[in-house]
Design a protein around this ligand. Structure first.
Ligand code: FES
Length: 498
């Protein structure tokens, strides 16, 4: 056995480990959260920790052979978006039969994002949201994107169990806080609704997501699931109704269903685009007669993974950039760049001619010198970073074009571009248009909606009528497999340009 002294949040904790285990595993096993978006495959370079007398080391590649002293970075708080949008469909308060299970019924709507999980506590007598809380999905440490997490379930003993347990125990921790805050008991939680992407919902229910990552990419379930609180071990009344909203396909999940269903029909917006850019890019084109939707393999570039100085939208991240001025979340010393900052910087480079239309960077671009960063490492944009963004933005832009083509309509027939998710609220739309992530034709019609998945989950919690809205939506929805469209490859090549 070897002994490790861990410096963490002002304390020194002593732990022991078998010789030869990786430092990342040792830290995880002892409850320390280390950001490791590639899931410990040694490819993302984000899991660095400081080892005394050795400096920064990638913890997933570092075998613990002797006693060492490890200094962990401070935990950073995530910036999360928790408000609802104003285009929400209005439904009567009808939580269903489960409301009879308590005289003071409450429910919780949960949006399980790949990166962030948001919970809304709702009083089911008044319909008022009493409190909202969010936390970083604890599964992030096993991989930033869904594919890496699916791999984790197949390559690790009890991988599926570990991921499910991590999520449920974090949910229970935050649910306890919500319950305490509202001054109720867990027996008053009589309904919980979950929205999320298809992979997250498989992991929540402990159902293997393996088939989602293998051709022909089939889900184990897409339809709504109803369970009882005790089946998932949630902090609720044991008989509480647990509803998992339906998904459309392996990569268009209940988060998109919930978001689309939450938008009120309006004569002003008869045809519209709906985009959710997160660790994946999901798109939908809604017209009078049908809804076409698809997912793009955009990858998590806009969430900081696979970008040399990338990081999530947490304190210390550069979130906006213009010449001579950077904005850092939390007004901290900069530590890296998150998606919105990345888009601004690339738009700036393209505008100044430092990046040509093919995506060639004249030279690495220094954003912040090492003397002014929290890590002592310079923050720069490299050619590889540009390549990652190019692939991601082209996938999304091409997806939009294919949806329009298949629907037989043009941009001038589209009334709005609704942007879902936190990312949509924080990006500078001009920069996003400049780099070709969002269509220039829609520049004046972009409307950020915030966390539409959460909004949909709240609606499903409050009103059984939302089930009918979802049902009707699913009946007119068609899933498009982008790779099967003969024009996709050409579009993809054309949209690589800046
Ligand atoms: S390099 Fe270690 S987790 Fe990615």
């Amino acid at each position: 056995m070897v002994r490790l002294h861990i410096h963490h949040q002002g304390k020194v904790i002593q732990i022991e480990s078998k010789e030869g285990n990786t430092l990342l595993n040792v830290l995880r096993e002892n409850g320390f959260e280390i950001y490791s978006p590639c899931g410990g495959n040694g490819t993302c370079g984000k899991c660095n920790v400081m080892v005394r007398n050795e400096g920064l080391v990638p913890s997933c590649l570092y075998p613990v052979k002797e006693s060492i002293e490890v200094i962990l970075p401070d935990k950073r708080e995530a910036r999360v978006l928790v408000e609802q949008h104003q285009h929400t469909v209005v439904l009567p308060l009808m939580p269903g039969k489960c409301a009879e299970l308590s005289v003071y019924p409450h429910g919780i709507a949960v949006d399980i994002g790949t990166t962030t999980v948001v919970l809304y506590l709702v009083n089911l007598i008044t319909g008022v949201i009493s409190e909202t809380m969010a936390f970083l999905n604890p599964q992030t440490k096993f991989g930033a994107d869904v594919i890496t997490r699916i791999q984790f379930t197949t390559t690790h003993d009890k991988g599926l169990e570990i991921l499910q347990k991590e999520l449920i125990s974090s949910l229970n921790r935050v649910m306890s806080e919500l319950i305490r805050f509202a001054g109720i008991t867990e027996n008053e939680i009589i309904k919980i609704v979950f929205a999320g992407n298809t992979t997250m919902l498989h992991l929540l229910l402990g159902i293997s997501p393996k088939s989602l990552a293998l051709a022909p990419f089939r889900a184990q379930f897409l339809e709504e699931q109803i369970l009882q609180g005790e089946q998932l071990g949630l902090k609720s009344l044991p008989q509480a109704e647990i509803k998992v909203l339906p998904s459309i396909s392996a990569f268009v999940g209940a988060d998109i269903v919930a978001g689309l269903a939450s938008i009120a029909p309006s004569d002003k917006y008869r045809n519209y685009l709906f985009m959710d850019i997160g660790t994946n890019g999901e798109l939908a084109l809604v017209t009078d007669s049908k809804i076409l939707c698809c997912s793009t393999a955009a990858g998590p570039a806009f969430e900081g993974a696979r970008i040399s100085c990338g990081m999530g939208a947490v304190e210390g991240a550069i979130s906006a950039f213009c010449e001579n001025e950077i904005t850092v979340i939390g007004d901290e010393i900069p530590a890296g760049i998150c998606g919105s900052g990345l888009i601004d910087i690339i738009a700036f480079l393209a505008e100044k001619g430092l990046l040509n239309s093919d995506g060639q960077l004249k030279a690495d671009y220094l954003v912040v010198p090492e003397t002014r960063t929290s890590s002592g490492k310079a923050i720069s944009i490299t050619q590889d970073d540009i390549r990652e963004v190019q692939l991601a933005k082209s996938a999304i832009a091409s997806g939009v074009k294919i949806l329009l083509k298949q629907a037989g309509i043009t941009f001038d027939q589209i009334d709005a571009l609704f942007l879902a998710g936190g990312f949509g609220n924080y990006i500078n739309t001009e920069s996003a248009v400049r780099i070709g992530l969002l269509p220039s034709e829609m520049k004046e019609k972009i409307i950020p909606l915030g966390n539409t998945s959460g909004t949909g989950a709240i609606l499903a919690l409050k009103s059984v009528r939302f089930d009918e809205v979802i049902q009707k939506l699913l009946e007119r929805t068609q899933h498009i497999e982008l790779a099967e469209d003969e024009d996709f490859a050409i579009e993809f090549a054309m949209n690589m340009h800046f």
